[in-house]
Design a protein around this ligand. Structure first.
Ligand code: 5GP
Ligand code: MN
Length: 343
């Protein structure tokens, strides 16, 4: 049996927000990943199944390997369709904020939403949520926001209310946020939920292939190049670094999503406890991805050195500098955290 992780008072608060409203907006974070998109679509489909109007608004587009998700083509993007998104915001009776813990994490859309009076419901698994939400369903112990959406729907309407399409989206989010159940996935509840999702008829092997076995030839070449030439091992610090300049990304025709997962590959190396990936998507702007194992808090490094944050074992940030300067900063961070990395 699945336990009742989420507080009853929060479930009651969400129930009354849904009952008393008609139009809802589901929001998730910038550079949306499988959990952001999966959890948002599942909740949108649930709200619609209750006879409500619901739309997902994301700050920018998600990678191509998620485009098969049900209703993925109905998502609105704030960067390319701000007018439409703002109209939905104005009409919203409540906002559901999924897979992020701070409104500024959704870019300009966050400022617009913050200024509106409609209730904001947080459903998220990042640590240290901000206090700006009317209802806060925040559980860092959950493997994903998608797990929490399953729990919310189950508590509000019973597991029968989860449709096949919702199950596909929820499974995708749980799978992507755990590297296909390779990390952050030891709690047995996860597999109780998966059993429910399988009962809805999802094909988990097919979902795996759609998401992870969907690389272009140029992505395969990029992976080879990274492992052969760009992976640096800092053995004294149990750390690894991958860098890709804007020029290198262009050389491999890298599309959105083509660099997904590279930062995790460095963790496959014996001895590596901390992995860092710098990619210069726009000249002069470097996106930072960090991953770690066990107790090493890469979110602390992200906050201290890379203008970011995230989970203990998966975090990110951004830098506005040259790649050389970023590499120097990484070395300073390694020195600062040497004890934690080597003890
Ligand atoms: P990724 O490396 O996949 O882009 O991000 C990994 C994790 O770090 C995600 O959970 C994401 O929410 C978090 N993250 C990425 N970039 C940032 C950032 O700039 N600020 C904060 N606070 N978290 C971030
Ligand atoms: Mn997540």
């Amino acid at each position: 049996m699945l336990d009742n992780l989420i507080l009853l008072e929060n479930i009651d608060a969400v129930a009354s927000i849904i009952e008393s409203g008609n139009r809802f907006v589901v929001l998730s974070h910038k550079n949306p990943d499988g959990d952001a998109v999966g959890s948002s679509i599942a909740l949108m489909l649930y709200l619609r199944s209750r006879g409500k109007e619901a739309v997902v608004v994301l700050p920018n587009r998600f990678p191509e390997f998620l485009s098969w998700l049900p209703s993925a083509d109905e998502v609105l993007y704030y960067d390319t369709d701000a007018e439409c998104a703002k109209a939905a915001f104005e009409d919203a009776d409540a906002f559901f904020c999924l897979d992020f813990n701070l409104l500024s994490r959704i870019g300009d859309a966050g400022e617009v939403v913050a200024a509106l009076g409609a209730p904001k419901v947080l459903i998220d698994h990042h640590p240290q949520p901000s206090q700006e939400f009317s209802v806060s369903i925040s559980h860092p112990e959950a493997c994903s926001t998608s797990e929490l959406v399953f729990r919310v729907i189950g508590r509000l309407s019973g597991v029968d209310a989860v449709s096949y399409e919702m199950a596909q989206a929820i499974y995708t989010g749980m799978m992507t946020d755990t590297g296909a159940f390779a990390y952050a996935s030891t709690r047995k509840d996860i597999y109780i939920i998966i059993a429910h999702l399988l009962e809805k008829g999802i094909d988990k092997d097919l979902i795996y292939r759609k998401v992870f076995y969907n690389h272009s030839l140029s992505r395969m070449r990029l992976m080879g190049y990274v492992l052969y030439d760009k992976l640096k091992y800092f053995s004294k610090y149990n750390a690894a670094l991958i860098t890709l300049s804007h020029q290198e990304l262009m050389r491999f025709y890298a599309q959105k999503g083509d660099t997904e997962g590279l930062v995790n590959q460095a963790l496959q190396m014996k001895g590596v406890r901390f992995s860092c990936f710098f990619r210069e998507e726009v000249p002069g702007k470097i996106n930072v991805s960090l991953r770690s194992v066990d107790d090493f808090p890469c979110n602390a490094v992200a906050a201290e050195f890379f203008n970011g944050g995230g989970h203990k074992n998966a975090s990110g940030g951004e830098l506005h500098c040259t790649m050389d300067a970023a590499v120097e900063l990484f070395k300073v961070a390694l020195q600062k955290y040497k004890r934690e990395l080597t003890e």
